[in-house]
Design a binder for this molecule. Structure first.
Ligand code: GRF
Length: 214
């Protein structure tokens, strides 16, 4: 197969979405490889997952420096590993133009709600408390806003009558793990275009921009 596209993954937490990307990239025909995993938190479980998979993993603290200096550090390390795309997999920092100009149109985020509903943290709790009947996750391009970039794909799940927030969160996480590797595959294959803020995807046969996990 042709050479695989190097991708960087940024994490702040446990890294189950990172794990889904690692597992997907283990398939010989997956078109991306994870070149490095970075975290602003030394104790992020995602760093442990990366190391367990034999991937370069690095803590880059964000305290006592400007957002721009932090972003410049991230970019320098990503570029040193040849990363062409970046996935935010539970990365809890807003990015500045220092980062987004360096990786313009090449930064993907996964958010645990059906955007534009429930941006920000606690999307699952907000959806639960609002009494939605269908919840889900969104993969979108990253801009300087909070979960505001163009939407690429969404995965939906039902909210069942007796669901706790934790139940709903777990069900959403399940669809996240399907969605993110799929969108990253499209991205590195050059299937995703953005025109006037809206996304178009040259879909592989049989695939959709949505997943329903009922
Ligand atoms: C996920 O719910 C993701 O959508 C959000 O942060 C959470 C990260 O979970 N952005 P994990 O670290 O991938 O398990």
């Amino acid at each position: 197969m042709s050479e695989r596209v190097p991708v960087g993954v940024l994490v702040s937490g446990g890294g189950t979405n990172l794990q889904a990307l690692i597992d997907a990239a283990a398939a010989p025909d997956y078109p991306a490889q994870i070149a490095v995993v970075l975290s602003n938190r030394r104790d992020a479980g995602g760093l442990d997952r990366a190391r367990a998979a034999g991937l370069p993993a690095q803590w880059i603290p964000h305290r006592e420096k400007s957002r721009e200096d932090f972003d410049a550090e991230l970019v320098a390390v990503l570029q040193s590993h040849g990363c062409q795309w970046v996935c935010l997999a539970g990365f809890m920092r807003l990015l500045t133009p220092v980062f987004l100009d360096a990786y313009a149109g090449r930064v993907l985020n996964i958010h645990p709600a059906l955007l534009p509903a429930f941006p920000g943290i606690h999307g699952q709790r907000q959806a639960h408390d609002a009494g939605v009947q269908i919840a889900g996750a969104t993969v979108h391009f990253v801009d300087t806003g909070m979960d505001t970039g163009p939407i690429i794909a969404q995965g939906a799940v039902p909210r069942l009558p007796d669901d706790t927030v934790d139940d709903l969160q777990a069900r959403i996480l399940g669809v996240e793990h399907q969605l993110f590797p799929r969108v990253l595959r499209w991205a590195v294959q050059g299937r995703i275009q953005v025109a006037e803020g809206r996304v178009q995807v040259d879909l592989p046969p049989g695939e959709q921009r949505w997943i329903w996990c009922g």
